[in-house]
Design a protein around this ligand. Structure first.
Ligand SMILES: [Zn+2]
Length: 317
């Protein structure tokens, strides 16, 4: 059995964390360039453990952090199977206790038997895990997507992850509602680019969840590791399996408006469902029907864990 990396190097940097009201007003203006209907406001976080979100904790409050683990360079051009982490450790890396951890990563191949997508959704309190994390893989027989919930005992993640970590307490959050996509950008890109154009080189990080209520989304699921090197974005695209998945889809992940020199993946959301499908979110595919409801917190800091020494920009979309 492959061993997890117990004490990976961790670098932390403060992020620019403007008041929620300011971010809401910036997004209210900018998102109208991409969606016909936009409503952004600051609200008390609804209970995210309830339908439709079904997350492990109620809120996004309490020392909100972005945690980026590993990176695509451990997957591409060829997999580095020794890059295996235990997400029970996220709270200690980020100095958050208890730790509510949600986001997008590569699933534990030693458990699944193959490479897979991971929709992280867990709480770790005093070492006890409440795991609602799902993985999605490609059925080698018929090429379909197969999603399953991980047991509390399986908290490993491979290669890379973009996580939001907080104590999971209630509190004020950003509520972002967008309907009917009129522009070319997906929901996450339009938020990120709006923040980037306002905040310039000040890095603002958001983490949280969004629901695609109506329509469908283009999502990929990684098949098993490539045995030939993937040397370009085109190679990665040809290797991935793409699906058109139906709403409702519940996405979890992070975005950051600028990279403060930590070789970050600037946006990464995976979504799961209660109808057996899940994967890496790219974009809604029925723009007229697109209806998003998101809840986000502004992260105070970013923790970079086991940053690859040799890096590249392939496969970050
Ligand atoms: Zn992904």
């Amino acid at each position: 059995m492959a061993a997890v990396i117990r004490n990976p190097p961790v670098q932390s940097k403060a992020l620019h964390s403007p008041p929620l009201d300011e971010v809401a007003s910036v997004l209210s203006g900018g998102l109208k360039g991409n969606f016909a209907e936009v409503d952004v406001r600051v609200v008390p976080c609804p209970d995210l453990t309830k339908e439709p979100f079904t997350l492990a904790c109620k809120g996004l409050g309490g020392s909100p952090r972005l945690v980026e683990v590993g990176g695509v360079p451990y997957l591409v051009p060829l997999v580095q199977r020794d890059r295996l982490y235990d997400l029970k450790d996220v709270g200690s890396w980020a100095e958050v206790e208890p730790a509510f951890v949600i986001g997008a990563g590569a699933g534990p191949w030693p458990y699944a038997g193959v490479n897979c997508e991971m929709m992280v959704n867990m709480e770790v309190a005093a070492g006890r895990v409440s795991n609602h994390t799902r993985i999605a893989r490609v059925d080698p027989g018929d090429g379909s997507c197969v999603q399953e919930v991980l047991p509390d005992s399986e908290t490993r993640c491979a290669l890379l992850a973009n996580l939001f970590c907080a104590q999971g307490t209630p509190g004020q959050v950003l509520q972002v509602i967008c309907k009917k996509r009129t522009g070319a950008d997906d929901f996450v890109s339009s938020i990120r680019k709006t923040l980037q154009s306002f905040y310039k080189d000040k890095a603002v990080g958001l983490g949280g969840t969004f629901l695609l209520k109506e329509g469908k989304a283009k999502q990929h699921v990684m098949p098993d590791f490539s045995t030939v090197p993937l040397n370009s974005d085109a190679d990665v695209e040809n290797w991935l399996r793409f699906f058109n998945m139906s709403a409702p889809l519940i996405a979890v992940g992070t975005l950051v408006s600028a990279d403060p020199g930590l070789d970050l993946r600037v946006q990464h959301f995976h979504s799961f469902s209660h109808h057996g499908k899940g994967g890496h979110y790219h974009i809604d595919t029925e723009p007229d029907a697109a209806h998003y409801l998101g809840y986000f917190a502004v992260a105070e800091a970013v923790c970079r864990v086991d940053k690859p020494q040799v890096t590249h920009l392939i496969g970050r979309d």
